[in-house]
Ligand binder design. Structure first.
Ligand SMILES: *Cc1c(COP(=O)(O)O)cnc(C)c1O
Length: 428
């Protein structure tokens, strides 16, 4: 009667390994659950202290003047992020847009932006004006300069080199930190490491603006970068902060004066945050924020399971199964293109939406290698939902992230491993 039923054909030995993996990753699960409990309380407290009520979910049109739900949501979010102020809107079209608004919002001609985490995320390179194919309207076209400090060989930030630049180049107005690894193999930065960078930067230059690309980092640890010395941060709502429910959007959060400057770039100088109708989306935005700590925990468990299973199968993984995590991304070195393709096709076939699609590597504009992507999500491109991406190049690493709930995430990972087994690419 209590016999486990199988709905997918998963090899018995693989199921056995899955069981052992869950024993291996108990320390990670304990930490993830404890963090989710703390972060959930923090978010719930923000809802309660701000008296969120049903009237917050009403819809506005046109200019959206005096939309109480929109204004209160930004207050709730600022409290949840433990910072002075925030903009949180579906009008941000993606994370890159939120980051762009923040950069153009606070930088002025002849200022220099100094990135201390090496080359920034691909899409931000176009915004800065350093992409291979120059994009019109970049910061560079507006006379805003860019400089960077490369990461040390172990992937950590070269703080002495950053301080040297800060001492010698007085045009540096912003220090920019990318918290997540993005699609590189460097480690993600913990908030403690961000604090160390901020402290060092401040010891040389008090007034410089420290901005963090917080994509994939929200609610992973107990506090956010702005609690550790950063002035401004931005991210996407179809990643962590939208809880898998927000259908689109992004946020900017941090020091009140800087958030206000950003509001004039988001809408117009003069109108700022006072405009922006909500068209009936407020309820989903509130629900997404409310669910975010839990959903991030589920995604982290899925990542730990993937790390545990594939290291048991003999693959290199980063981060390690029980390592402290600073974002939801997991990479697995699959060693050959066939394995990458089989893994991504497996993730796709184990998705609730578009399971019948078969992803193939393709030449994406702006990339040197073919890329394969798996994403069977309710929200197009959402990467808080189970998804995987990989460029077809050495060391044939796949980056997976997301999982709205652990049971489904675990199943997706097992289906991916099974597909590799079916293709003769795995030995059990
Ligand atoms: C996802 C991401 C972004 C923004 O990307 P969008 O696809 O525009 O949402 C920026 N930086 C990092 C590190 C990211 O992971």
């Amino acid at each position: 009667m209590n016999q486990a039923r199988q709905f997918f054909e998963i090899d018995e030995k693989l199921m056995e390994l899955a069981g052992q993996t869950e024993q291996d990753i108990r320390p990670a699960f304990e930490r993830i659950e404890s963090n989710a409990f703390q972060n959930q309380q923090k978010v719930l407290a923000a809802f309660i202290h701000n008296n969120v009520g049903e009237s917050c979910f009403t819809s506005s049109t046109g200019y959206g003047y005096g939309d109480v739900g929109r204004e209160k949501l930004e207050r709730v979010f600022a409290d949840a992020m433990e910072c002075e102020d925030a903009l949180l809107r579906y009008n941000f079209m993606c994370g890159t847009h939120a980051l762009t608004v923040a950069l153009f919002g606070v930088l002025r001609p002849n200022d220099t932006m100094l990135c201390v985490t090496g080359m920034p995320y691909d899409t931000i390179q176009s915004v800065i004006g350093i992409s291979r194919q120059p994009a019109s309207g970049s910061l560079k076209e507006f006379g805003i300069h860019f400089d960077k400090v490369d990461l040390l060989p172990d992937g950590s930030v070269d703080i002495p080199a950053a301080l040297e630049k800060l001492r010698s180049d007085k045009s540096i107005k912003m220090v920019y930190i990318q918290r997540s690894r993005g699609y590189s193999l460097r480690p993600s930065l913990t908030v403690e490491q961000i604090e160390e960078i901020c402290g060092a930067v401040r010891s040389v230059r008090q007034e410089v603006i420290i901005m963090v690309d917080n994509c994939y980092g929200e609610f992973v640890q107990l506090t956010e970068p702005c609690c550790h010395g950063a002035d401004l941060m931005a991210g996407s709502l179809i990643k962590n902060a939208g809880g898998g429910i927000a259908p689109t959007g992004g946020y900017i959060a941090g020091r009140a004066d800087l958030v206000e400057m950003c509001s004039y770039r988001l809408s117009t100088p003069g109108t700022g945050r006072e405009v922006g109708c909500t068209l009936g989306h407020s309820r989903e935005m509130y629900m997404g924020l409310f669910s975010a700590p839990h959903v991030v925990g589920e995604a982290l468990k899925t990542a730990a399971f993937c790390a545990g299973l594939f290291s048991r199968l003999g693959y290199g993984v980063t981060p390690q199964p029980n390592e402290i995590r600073a974002d939801i991304i997991q990479s697995v070195m699959l060693r050959n293109p066939e394995s990458l393709i089989a893994f991504c096709q497996g993730i796709q076939s184990g998705s609730p939406v578009d399971s019948m699609a078969l992803p193939e590597p393709w030449d994406m504009p702006g990339y040197d290698n073919k890329i394969i992507m798996a994403s069977g999500s309710f929200t197009l491109g959402s990467s808080i939902e189970l998804s995987a991406d990989a460029p077809l190049r050495e060391p044939y690493a796949v980056w997976m992230q997301g999982g709205l709930n652990y049971a489904a995430g675990k199943t997706g990972i097992l289906i991916a491993a099974q597909r590799m087994l079916d293709k003769g690419l795995l030995k059990l």
